[in-house]
Ligand binder design. Structure first.
Ligand SMILES: C[S@@+](CC[C@H](N)C(=O)[O-])C[C@H]1O[C@@H](n2cnc3c(N)ncnc32)[C@H](O)[C@@H]1O
Length: 275
């Protein structure tokens, strides 16, 4: 199986918490929040999914895993969904709880273990994961768990995870890494950045270091989009893997798009079958 587990999953849990403190800025380093074209595509996909479910079922119960500061939650709520949000970071969960305190359509769950056990008894029409799968040691197992919470006819939508490196062309991999290094070296705290890049290059990422673990996907070479699609195809009528290019810098984003490169993927699975 492609998804490699860390020996100590608890380390990742703590690091999600430490890595997303009170003053964490989710936009920095997040192409899907920086680039309007990417952001609109994801928002429109989520809106269309919610509206479709509302029109079919009369209500849309959404489970959003790892909601961050609620960037996509706002759009699901605006489209008419009832949203249950989970967050592994205490600071982000606190911010979300304050933000949606007076919105009865939003329910925020602080899930420090990140195992979704706190919502095991509920059912949903749509599960959303935006830029989350690559943070989870065994993402196939996690997807299986969330899918079991989806009612008949429901959907699973995920965006912003790195394509499985061993399946990528050399050009795509080189462009992805080049774009990352250029961006990283152009930021502050260069020394720490260079050390992190060197560990990344040598394959010696430090599982106790939040800076390295934000990049946990590099350690295990991206996320296996084909394994995810195969698993989802056992539970959904249709599964689409959507490869695209994403880079933090605007120049790299434009260049990659113009060259038709890919580095990242989304997946949309529709028509949940219960048997
Ligand atoms: C890169 S951020 C993305 C946030 C938001 N979805 C966005 O796109 O702006 C990943 C978030 O997922 C949270 N997270 C990671 N694994 C999680 C899990 N198993 N359950 C709940 N939250 C998780 C982290 O705490 C972090 O806030």
């Amino acid at each position: 199986m492609a998804a490699k587990s860390l020996k100590d999953d608890a380390a990742i849990e703590n690091l999600q918490d430490i890595g997303h403190p009170d003053d964490h800025d989710y936009v920095v380093g997040s192409p899907h929040l920086i680039h309007r074209q990417l952001n609109e595509w994801m928002v429109n996909t989520i809106r269309a999914e919610v509206i479709d479910i509302l029109e079919t079922k009369g209500r849309a119960r959404v489970l959003e895993i790892g909601a961050g500061h609620g960037t996509f939650t706002d759009h699901a709520l605006a489209a008419g969904a009832e949203v249950t949000l989970t967050e592994m970071s205490r600071a982000s969960a606190g911010l979300l709880q304050r933000r949606y305190a007076h919105n009865p359509a939003a329910r925020v769950i602080f899930d420090p273990a990140g195992n979704s056990d706190l919502i095991a008894a509920q059912r949903f029409d749509l599960v959303l994961c935006i830029s989350v799968l690559h943070h989870i040691p065994d993402y196939l197992d996690a997807i299986g768990k969330w899918v079991s919470l989806i009612d008949a006819g429901g959907s699973f939508v995920s965006f912003q995870d790195p394509l499985w490196y061993p399946r990528q062309s050399r050009l795509n991999l080189a462009a992805d890494r080049g774009a990352y290094y250029l961006w990283r070296l152009g930021r502050g705290d260069r020394i720490a950045g260079i050390k992190s890049i060197v560990r990344r290059k040598l394959g010696h990422m430090d599982t106790r270091n939040p800076r390295d673990m934000v990049e946990y996907h590099v350690l295990r070479q991206g996320c296996d989009e084909q394994a995810i699609a195969q698993q989802l195809s056992t539970s959904f009528a249709t599964v689409d893997v959507l490869p695209y290019w994403s880079a933090v810098s605007r120049v790299a984003q434009r260049a990659g798009n113009a060259l038709g490169l890919t580095s990242t993927f989304g997946v949309v699975a529709q028509g949940r079958r219960l048997s």
